[in-house]
Design a binder for this molecule. Structure first.
Ligand SMILES: *Cc1c(COP(=O)(O)O)cnc(C)c1O
Length: 431
């Protein structure tokens, strides 16, 4: 399969080229030239996540040099489960995507991207620098995926004081081929520095660079796999469609759910839950699309005012009326996030992270409006990553998963960086 840009001004490219490039040369986002159609029957005999992923992604890899490597890539990237658990309310489920090395769903996309990139031949002998701006979870997932992989260096920029203390610790603890910098600015400042470096031709001649942000198709495609697994296992047992509430910021995870649905997987309704950043909510309420600066909330990984995958959403549904009819967006403020974390813990004895809380709140609202059928609230991070918020609300300690505990036991070596491109350029050229 070939891939084209949402802005249609770049020549069609192969999957390997698209994964290596990140953004299309015309500034658009790469999308498949067509969306393969698959039904539940196509997955007969597949139950495990790596097997479902390999079957689902095979049409996208057809004709590419990575084609024969796809089963090995999936085995590497899907090495931890996406657990679908029933909640206390009958018909309500939670899809836990936080059982990877850094305890957030970003581990799936990052591991898959790394498994692909390390198999794509390169022309330069210099290590490839993966430069990432992160609002919290992406940086650690990318660091874990490339840590100690020969031929790669990871440079992470994160906004000082805007990530949770444990997220910050995690970002700084890898060492080796991973360097983390806390920037005296906000996430947009970090993102701007990364864009400036990626656009610096002279620098890139000496320092081969790539990014790993949420517009990378190498992260987006694999995220369809856990939705496929959840819908298929539900459909095999119940013969009904599974409905989803997905917490959303840059629309990466939610778009994967929508794409899986459009490919024919047995998916019912999809409702997006955002924090107080209302760009998507306003668009789905009928207003023109109006990106804006982000505001800081308790669900910090969703503090996005200009969702970077919006162009892909419009590619998937060019007709705005149809798009608005097909999906809905619910905006959940900080007070509601706090109340939900507290109430959900009282009712079910289970802690959830602030991002997951937006989905639980939205699902509760849907039930109150009479939504029937089986619904999944997608759990995007482990609550232990946000202990500083969650523990005070539930008045109880949150047990730390072993993978996260072993990272937190390492010393953190993040260094400061100003919002200063000259300083970043120097340290990129340095090592
Ligand atoms: C990144 C992230 C999100 C938002 O995902 P998008 O793909 O950007 O919409 C939600 N929750 C957590 C915990 C995250 O890390």
């Amino acid at each position: 399969m070939k891939f084209s840009s949402t802005r249609a001004k770049s020549p069609p490219a192969s999957l390997s080229d698209v994964i290596a490039a990140g953004l299309a040369p015309d500034g658009g986002l790469y999308v498949p030239e067509s969306l393969p159609q698959m039904s539940a029957h196509d997955f007969n005999g597949c139950e495990l996540l790596p097997d479902i992923a390999a079957r689902l992604l095979a049409p996208f890899f057809a004709d590419d040099a990575l084609d024969t490597e796809l089963p090995a890539i999936c085995a590497e990237a899907f090495s931890f489960p996406a657990a679908l658990r029933a909640l206390r309310t009958p018909g309500d489920f939670m899809l836990e995507l936080f059982h990877g090395p850094t305890a957030a769903f970003k581990d799936y996309g990052a591991q898959f991207l790394a498994a692909c990139l390390r198999r794509i031949p390169r022309t330069s002998n210099n290590p490839l620098t993966i430069l990432v701006a992160t609002s919290g979870d992406t940086g650690a997932a990318v660091a874990a995926a490339f840590h100690e992989v020969p031929g790669f260096r990871v440079v992470i920029l994160y906004p000082d004081g805007r990530v949770s203390p444990r997220q910050a610790h995690q970002l700084g603890c890898f060492g080796g081929n991973v360097q983390a910098f806390y920037v005296g600015g906000n996430f947009d400042d970090c993102q701007r520095l990364v864009k400036q470096a990626l656009g610096d031709r002279a620098l890139r001649d000496d320092v081969p660079m790539s990014s790993a942000n949420s517009i990378s198709l190498g992260r987006l495609l694999p995220q369809m796999a856990y939705y496929a697994q959840a819908t298929l296992s539900h459909y095999r047992e119940q013969s009904t469609l599974l409905n989803f509430v997905v917490p959303t910021g840059n629309l990466g995870n939610a778009l994967a759910c929508m794409m899986a649905r459009k490919m024919g997987l047995p998916t019912g309704r999809i409702v997006l839950a955002t924090n107080a950043n209302a760009t998507l909510h306003d668009f789905f309420s009928g207003a023109d699309y109006a990106p804006r600066p982000s505001i800081a909330t308790l669900a910090n990984a969703m503090d996005v005012g200009a969702p970077s995958n919006f162009e892909r959403l419009r590619w998937l549904y060019p007709d705005a009326k149809q798009l608005r009819r097909t999906f809905a967006v619910d905006c959940i403020g900080d007070a509601a996030i706090q109340a939900t974390i507290r109430e959900f813990h009282q009712a079910s004895d289970q802690a959830v992270c602030p991002h997951t809380a937006t989905a639980i709140r939205t699902l509760r609202g849907l039930r109150q409006e009479g939504a029937d059928g089986d619904w999944v609230a997608v759990a995007t991070a482990h609550p232990a990553k946000f202990d500083s918020i969650v523990e005070a609300l539930i008045d109880a300690p949150v047990p730390i998963p072993p993978a996260l505990a072993s990272l937190l036991a390492l010393p953190s070596t993040a260094r400061p960086l100003g919002v200063d491109y000259a300083a970043l350029r120097l340290l990129l050229a340095e090592s």
